[in-house]
Ligand binder design. Structure first.
Ligand SMILES: [Mg+2]
Length: 431
């Protein structure tokens, strides 16, 4: 699969789909389906695969259940929506018994219950080898108020919620532990590694110091390493903040951080550049100048008022015909919100905290752009700004196709300038 790449694969699938007018399909955190009630329904789905997204030998069933719900609810938060219901499909390999499932569901319900999201259906199957988990979450928001990835404008501030990099550092600690690294992680030991859910049955002394979100899930000592591992396994989606941000007219684009901002920010840049070009195209194209299938659409009388192709297709056509929009970003590495735990563990182990913060994934914080002067809620940090990379001297443009499959400018792709480092950071890729 790696010869195709995640974004090319998604592009191939989305190119085969005719999305109805008024519906937002593939390409954002959620699909958006308008309802007669004046609300929009939001839909997101996510796949978690053993050995790809988690190590069954390390994660407890409760943690895995929690995280399966959290990563999907986070996509609803990313639109500024309210999560409404979830659906869970699970394929179980041999060796996972009813007790394991009970504990997985307990973690799933614990996180879901926090946001009032009931589990309403799904499917179950045996699996020949690995554990597969698929979760779908439905949400809602007032019609037209979902915040898309495509609204960023030059001059916008780039902001994030919470801390960045904790989860990536937690994952590094987990992998270190799984790989038998010499530096032990405090609070975990060999005896429980193969069946980590046994940990909870240990004495009450090990139950001390748990933070609120880990209650009933696993033991946690308050040392920084355990905190970071907890943030990796027990992310809390920013549902309330997402809704607060969506209510601010100055907030233009938003998504949740799953692959690290070095990757995720490029989705905002790509989608926003595509949207800018598409908007321009709507006013500029006449039936005589339309390429290919758009000319066909114009013959059907659906253009220029209606554009039946996706924003991405339209933007690509615009670029092919010489109309180019280039959005870039400037990120101040010194402004990144880093937790004390991350700083402590990085100082101890010689890890680059800034690199973990921008390249590591699975923070499940919100990344958004806002007009300068927008009154931001508590817990948000400004880390940079959106620029018109076409007019910015010294903006580093990448080779086409190096980051993802979004539309490309003639001279490469959306560029991110990292202020405070010579490195060019990349985010996590799935293939
Ligand atoms: Mg997302």
């Amino acid at each position: 699969m790696s010869h195709i790449g995640e974004f090319e694969l998604i592009g191939r699938i989305s190119a085969s789909v005719n999305v109805p007018q008024g519906v937002t399909g593939i390409g954002d955190d959620c699909a958006i389906i308008p309802q007669h009630s004046g609300l929009d329904t939001l839909v997101t789905t996510d796949l978690l695969i053993e050995d790809r997204h988690f190590l069954l030998s390390d994660v407890t069933p409760e943690q895995l259940g929690w995280k399966s719900a959290a990563v999907n609810i986070s996509d609803i938060a990313a639109m500024g929506g309210r999560p409404v219901a979830s659906f869970l499909s699970i394929a179980l390999p041999k060796g996972l018994d009813a007790e394991w499932v009970d504990r997985f569901i307990a973690g799933f319900n614990k996180l879901s219950g926090r946001f009032g999201v009931p589990l309403l259906g799904g499917d179950t199957s045996a699996s020949p080898d690995k554990l597969f988990i698929n979760v779908t979450v439905l949400g809602e928001c007032p019609h037209g108020q979902a915040v898309l990835r495509s609204g960023a404008r030059p001059g916008d501030l780039i902001c994030v919620t919470g801390f960045l990099g904790d989860s990536a550092a937690g994952l590094k600690l987990v992998l270190e532990r799984a790989g038998g690294n010499q530096q032990p992680v405090q609070g975990y030991d060999e005896a429980t590694r193969s069946r980590p859910w046994l940990r909870e049955r240990e004495g009450p002394s090990r139950q001390a110091g748990r933070d609120e979100r880990s209650e009933g899930l696993a033991h946690h000592t308050p040392d920084p390493a355990s905190m970071l591992i907890s943030r990796h396994y027990l992310p809390v989606p920013r549902v309330e903040l997402g809704q607060q941000l969506a209510a601010l007219p100055g907030v233009h684009a938003m998504m949740d951080i799953s692959d690290g901002i070095a990757s995720d920010l490029r989705h905002i840049l790509n989608a926003s550049a595509a949207s800018t070009v598409a908007n321009r195209a709507r006013s500029n194209f006449t039936p005589d100048t339309l390429p290919g299938n758009m000319r066909l659409a114009s013959l059907n009388g659906t253009l220029p008022c209606k554009i039946p192709t996706s924003e991405l297709d339209l933007a690509q056509m615009s670029m092919d015909s010489g109309q180019v929009s280039a959005l870039g970003a400037e990120i101040d590495l010194k402004a990144l919100p880093l937790s004390e735990e991350l700083r402590a563990v990085c100082a101890e182990r010689g890890w680059d905290a800034a690199e973990l913060a921008v390249s590591g994934g699975e923070d499940y914080e919100l990344l958004f752009t806002a007009a300068p002067g927008t009154p931001l809620p508590e817990g948000c940090t400004v880390i940079g700004r959106i620029v018109d990379s076409g007019s910015e001297p010294g903006m580093r443009c990448e080779e086409p196709g190096t980051t993802d499959g979004g539309p490309r400018t003639k001279n490469g792709g959306p560029a991110i300038r990292w202020v405070g480092s010579d490195k060019d950071f990349k985010g996590f890729t799935h293939f």
